[in-house]
Design a protein around this ligand. Structure first.
Ligand code: GLA
Length: 392
């Protein structure tokens, strides 16, 4: 869908004379998986796939939302005075949650008409939900002429996920979607929220996204289970060392006090959290030293740890990643996001990309029985209004 088609759809649905256009990206995470809620480091970036909104302010308190991605579902309507979670509203609970928590800041909002369209595959682990959250946040901010600090908007997005939707995710996705910068990765310390941008100097290499196309059933409950296991590990470790998060531990600290964790599963989870955090710090250093092959090795080690210790990969992701490792011109490959299906990424020499897709795609279909999808990722900017006055 191009801008004109989106605007045409908006006009058809809402019979309006003017509208404004907004965009929020999806994200990939290069390394640092399941470290954010453990107070560790992550290294994500925003991509140019994402979600668009065409929006117009109303003079009353009505909110009308429509998604081009779900054409069989009707327009969803609610009043700003009734912002409770309702299962029947499905995807519209994300924008509703944003409205609710922004309103709770004391801002006087009016209603709005919004048409959404996303080109990130749904439930593929590329943060389509954080994309809708931050997108709605910017729409509300701009239509109501507010000025909301971007970090605050990021935190509101996370709160929607945690409290309104009920997924106990960390801050990585909303941060990457809200703060992303073209051609840059973001190294974020999730304990202190200190961050800095690091240019992705990939030269002749491309980042490929590989989608397993596996539906992520039960992903939310398994995600919350991992989080609980890490909390248990932290409590036991705290009997021996004074830390607030697993992310504060070096590998050496961990080896010395790991005997405090009695349950072998919990021990594996904690080991991943500690070692993955250290890998992330090393990966940034490798990037700064232009040592992309070291960066790739760390990506591979990350996947192995997510497979063996954190146990969030599964047959489909392992098939993609392990086949990717065997191809010419591959520096590294790993799953990205929460896991349990969804996407993996690989860094591949540009001249080898076609063969890579052919070989990995064929092997995947043989082993798994259905197709994987491949996209070249471009690293883009975070959530924003697209600077064009759209007159219909
Ligand atoms: C999901 C969550 C993030 C993060 C990743 C795993 O994407 O939303 O907060 O925990 O999983 O790294």
């Amino acid at each position: 869908m191009n801008y004109e088609q989106l605007i045409h759809e908006f006009k058809a649905k809402f019979s309006s004379e003017e509208a404004r256009l907004f965009f929020a990206p999806g994200r990939i995470n290069l390394i640092g998986e399941h470290t954010d809620y453990n107070g560790g480091n992550v290294f994500p970036c925003a991509i140019t796939y994402g979600t668009y909104a065409v929006a117009k302010k109303r003079d009353d308190y009505l909110v009308r939302l429509y998604s081009v991605n779900f054409p069989n579902k009707n327009m969803i309507e609610f009043n700003l005075n009734d912002l409770d979670y309702k299962e029947k509203d499905g995807w519209a609970n994300y924008p509703k949650g944003m409205l609710r928590y922004i309103r709770e800041r004391g801002d006087d909002l009016t209603g709005m008409d919004v048409l959404f369209y996303g080109n990130i595959p749904n439930a593929a682990g590329l943060s389509s939900s954080a994309s809708i959250e931050l997108l709605t946040g910017v729409v509300i901010e701009k239509l109501n002429q507010l000025s909301i600090d971007r970090l605050e908007l990021v935190k509101i997005g996370m709160r929607v996920e945690n409290e309104f939707i009920g997924v106990k995710s960390g801050i990585m996705d909303q941060f990457a979607v809200g703060m992303g910068k073209k051609e840059e990765g973001i190294l974020l310390d999730c304990q202190t929220l200190d961050y800095h941008y690091a240019p992705l100097k990939l030269g002749s290499k491309k980042v490929l996204i590989m989608n397993t196309n596996k539906r992520r059933e039960l992903a939310a409950s398994k995600y919350n289970e991992r989080r609980n296991e890490c909390e248990q590990a932290l409590k036991q470790i705290q009997t021996a060392i004074d830390v607030l998060a697993l992310g504060e531990l070096s590998e050496e600290d961990f080896e010395q006090i790991k005997h405090t964790i009695k349950n072998p599963t919990v021990l594996k989870r904690a080991k991943h959290a500690v070692y993955e955090n250290q890998r992330t710090i090393q990966a940034l250093q490798a990037l700064k030293n232009d040592d992309l092959s070291r960066f790739g090795e760390l990506m591979n080690d990350s996947h192995t740890s997510l497979k063996e210790d954190y146990e969030v990969t599964g047959f489909e992701l392992d098939t993609l990643v392990e086949t990717a490792w065997k191809q010419d011109g591959v520096l590294g490959a790993r799953m990205t996001g929460a896991g349990f299906g969804g996407c993996a990424i690989a860094i591949v020499e540009e001249k080898c990309v076609d063969n890579f897709i052919e070989n990995v795609g064929t092997r995947y279909k043989e082993k798994v029985g259905y197709e994987a999808d491949f996209y070249i990722a471009s690293i883009g900017d975070g959530a924003r209004e697209l600077e064009m006055e759209v007159r219909i």
